[in-house]
Write a protein that binds this ligand. Sequence first.
Ligand SMILES: [Zn+2]
Length: 293
Amino acid sequence: MRIIPLKLQQLHILKRRSILSESESKEYNKLQSGYLGELEFDKILDEYLKDLEFYHLKDYRFKVNTSEEVQIDNLLISGDRICTFEVKNYNFDLSYGSKSWHFVNGEEFKDLSMQVNRQRIALQQLLKKGSFHSAGNSVLSHLAFVNPEQTIYNMPNYENLIVPSNVKQRLSRLCKSNNYDQSSLFEFLESQRLAKSFYDVPVDLDFEQLRSGLYCYQCESTIELDKIHRNLYKCKNCKTDYKILQILENLLLEIKALNDSWKVTPTMLLKLSGGRISKATLHKYIKEGKLRL
Ligand SMILES: [Zn+2]
């Protein structure tokens, strides 16, 4: 399972409960497409990893110093080696020319190799700290472009570059069973995992500023849920059914995602529901222990 990044969750909620600025909308689209790309790459990796002995750490985040962290989309311990994959789901073409990436119009794009190198060096230092230095010598870092619509011009034939046309060849070589017990390496890495990113921060809004109502989070619809009967609501767009308890749980999750320091009260839930859930129903679920605030 891969967890939806908090910033993406927050923007998804604010799309319904506030008005996104132009830069927030752009960020939302970027994060959404990045997340979908990671899910897509997970699916591909899973195909090559089935029936093997391996460890796959997703969104592996660790501290480099007091103010810096490194996040690795995929860290794989397979074939007694460590491989990382930085996934890029770009919907625009790129061109490679003399050590750097460019847009098709010639403008320079960001330095992707530097990002991957920084990850590799930081990871090697972490392994050294845990005395897994010999494993650290064999960190293989990869940049994986996953969008099949994307064209890369002048693609260099580097071992660490993965595109849809070479993914089969690359992954079948990298995905192998571990011959040795790698559990202590895996446990060390997990022990160094940063649970919360430095970048995960509460939204810059007051609770009172949020638009009330009941919304679907299975799809992109920003229209309120339809009431079918007393205990059943439905999304007009994706047809997902929601029972009242589920809706209340979702409201609770929304509040927590936006700002986990807000102390949730029954009044807040009723207000966020826009009066569509009765006080009696809410208190019934709390009293029965089905909903914990
Ligand atoms: Zn929906």
